[in-house]
Ligand binder design. Sequence first.
Ligand SMILES: *[C@@H]1O[C@H](CO)[C@@H](O)[C@H](O)[C@H]1NC(C)=O
Ligand SMILES: *[C@@H]1O[C@H](CO)[C@@H](O)[C@H](O)[C@H]1NC(C)=O
Ligand SMILES: *[C@@H]1O[C@H](CO)[C@@H](O)[C@H](O)[C@H]1NC(C)=O
Ligand SMILES: *[C@@H]1O[C@H](CO)[C@@H](O)[C@H](O)[C@H]1NC(C)=O
Length: 387
Amino acid sequence: MCGLFFVLVTFTLGASAFRLQQVKSTENCPHHTVYFKHYYELHGEPVVLKCPSPRYKHLDFSALTPNITWYKNGSKTMISGRDEDPRIWAKGDALWFLPAMLEDSGVYICTRRNPSYCAEVSIHLTVVEKTAAQEIAYLQVLFTFTSGKIVCPELWDFTPNRTSLELKWYKDALPLEADSGKFVILKGSTSLIVNSVLPTDSGYYICKMSFPFEGVMYEITRTIHLKTVEKEKGITPIIVYPTQKTTSAALGSKMTLPCKVFIGLSSHIHTDVEWLANDTTVDVIYKKSRVTEGGRQEIVENGENFIEVPLIFDSVEEVDFYTDFTCLAQNRYGYQVLPTRVKQEAVGLSWYIAMTPITLACIIVGGICIHKCWKRKADKGYTTAKV
Ligand SMILES: *[C@@H]1O[C@H](CO)[C@@H](O)[C@H](O)[C@H]1NC(C)=O
Ligand SMILES: *[C@@H]1O[C@H](CO)[C@@H](O)[C@H](O)[C@H]1NC(C)=O
Ligand SMILES: *[C@@H]1O[C@H](CO)[C@@H](O)[C@H](O)[C@H]1NC(C)=O
Ligand SMILES: *[C@@H]1O[C@H](CO)[C@@H](O)[C@H](O)[C@H]1NC(C)=O
């Protein structure tokens, strides 16, 4: 064991569910899903949205080479190939923006169709000014007084060849000295090794990658908000999900909002996680009926402890749009609260929106040994709501 111990928690969280139904290929998809992963991107940079691939019981959708089409919500025209619009184009399961601009923010709907099934998914994209990069930073956590690594997230769509990967790293806008002893920049890797993490290492890190495409050089920038926590001491729980301040849902739809809490090495039993509605326990305000708190899951991922407690809406009603929901996590070292709102989704009136969040893409890197590569769970594990 080389004693390298690190934890990485990114904001990349996806969750979804799909209603599938047998359809004729010419018909509109009767059902619709909202993908939980919300893309936050910078103005002027390349962006790729991927149409999530549902797994439905034994059926592997991805193997069926479905016809995938993309629309922007509110627009009737299908997004075409590259020859028609060199800036925004669809190719396979990906929607490319080269580059994305502020006005591209919105909801994109991809439809996966094969001769017998149809799944339609809406994906939120928010493009912000470069000056607002810190507002969309990815949260990562490292333990102090040990080594750890910071990972530049969401690059693989732009780097088919790992060996050619080269990143520039900055802390608080100053370039990091490669191999300075403190930081090690690994070639061909998205990681930055931090030796002997100190509390002062917390802050904002930037990684930049060049992306040449047909003679034009683009730049991809990711901002990471690094928090450091003491490993030996018990830590205040850190809520890693939800990260969005709002979640869209349609009236009448079923929805599950997970609250996922990182507690490091602290024992599960000493941490409470609960959902409040208007500052009152959910089970009290909703009388254990339409909106309830689901069972608590105690999770161990790569040696780190997490607790997840879902908030379950059997059917979203209007009152929920006016209610403050808060996830509260506490142990004897402290507490964290995370307020969130449900807002009305309006992608077509007659569609049911079924959502069953699964915690997917929290990337938890907890290798005892550096050779044990971190595993990425993003874009895996869809479940299906009732058909
Ligand atoms: C895919 O579906 C769209 C819209 O239904 C249709 O216009 C297009 O021809 C289809 N493409 C293929 C390859 O089937
Ligand atoms: C989709 O577009 C419609 C009409 O422009 C709008 O009313 C609705 O709010 C949009 N939905 C989302 C989720 O943005
Ligand atoms: C990918 O990496 C290999 C090995 O380093 C190299 O030979 C090849 O040219 C690279 N391909 C591209 C497209 O960069
Ligand atoms: C929460 O408070 C808001 C504002 O006072 C109110 O409109 C809403 O009905 C309350 N929610 C519940 C579930 O009682």
